[in-house]
Design a protein around this ligand. Structure first.
Ligand code: ADP
Ligand code: MG
Ligand code: MG
Length: 252
């Protein structure tokens, strides 16, 4: 079984005002098949953790490690991370002029698997995944991220998840900007991938809303760059009722 281990991770970012420490000793272990929710107030470093796992060049690992099946991820290039089985939703956040969704997905699949997928079954897989996500077939012909709405970006993210079949995925604020119907479709897609592939999931969210559709096995509360408390799904319910005041008070 695959494991993603984050050990005593300290991360800084370069700002105009100099180096800023953001993550201050994060410990977290995710086994394949598990869903871990990371919740926390704005500015607590949740996205920084996602960007660091993705290998974003702005974020510097000062100490600690991220191990995928014992291999040091922080030494890997972004491409190597993807090939090792990490799904990096932030990897291609920009528009890619002249590259259609269809071609992008096939290129990504080929890069990750080390060989091109068989064309017939691939086309069938793409079509059926798009159908399940209620995506118009014409979407496959559009240029990546060009004029995508918030909802289209999220669906495109889940489409990648279904087709690229990573071991672990980090989804950061996937619920933001989605109406209830879109949230349900996207959540169903994530649950399908979990069931079919045993995906390990790090679900980052400020609000508990998405956790009604994607049930976490574990909940970690992030405050000031580290995990302040962890528990089961009941911790999310408690946060829904109480908010983050208790944690903010404690850290002040
Ligand atoms: P969250 O996702 O929990 O809201 P972030 O990881 O986005 O938190 O941000 C944590 C802190 O680090 C914030 O104070 C934010 O302003 C700062 N920060 C994050 N990324 C950058 C960056 N690229 N440049 C400057 N400051 C940053
Ligand atoms: Mg934020
Ligand atoms: Mg964030």
């Amino acid at each position: 079984m695959s494991t993603l281990e984050i050990k005593d991770l300290h991360v800084s970012v370069e700002t105009d005002q100099g180096t800023k420490q953001i993550l201050r000793g994060v410990d977290l272990t995710i086994n394949q098949g598990e869903t871990h929710a990371i919740m926390g107030p704005n500015g607590s470093g949740k996205s920084t953790l996602a960007y660091t796992i993705a290998g974003h060049p702005k974020y510097t690992v000062e100490s600690g490690s991220i191990l995928l099946d014992g291999e040091e991820v922080t030494d890997m290039s972004v491409d190597e991370r993807a090939r090792a089985g990490l799904f990096l939703a932030m990897q291609y956040p920009v528009e890619i002029p002249g590259v259609t969704v269809q071609n992008f997905l096939r290129t990504a699949k080929t890069a990750i698997d080390g060989e091109a997928p068989a064309i017939r079954s691939w086309i069938k897989d793409v079509r059926s995944s798009m159908e399940q996500l209620r995506m118009d077939p014409a979407f496959a012909e559009r240029n990546v991220n060009e004029g995508f709405s918030g909802g289209e970006k999220k669906r495109h993210e889940i489409l990648q998840l279904e087709l690229l079949k990573p071991k672990f995925a980090v989804l950061d604020e996937t619920d933001s900007g989605l109406d209830v119907d879109a949230l349900k479709i996207v959540s169903e897609g994530v649950n399908r991938v979990k069931q079919d592939t045993g995906l390990g999931l790090l679900l980052i969210t400020h609000y508990t809303r998405i956790l009604r559709y994607i049930r976490p096995d574990f909940v970690h509360v992030f405050v000031a760059g580290k995990v302040a408390e962890q528990g089961g799904p009941e911790l999310a319910d408690r946060l829904e009722d109480e908010g983050y005041d208790r944690f903010l008070g404690a850290s002040a």
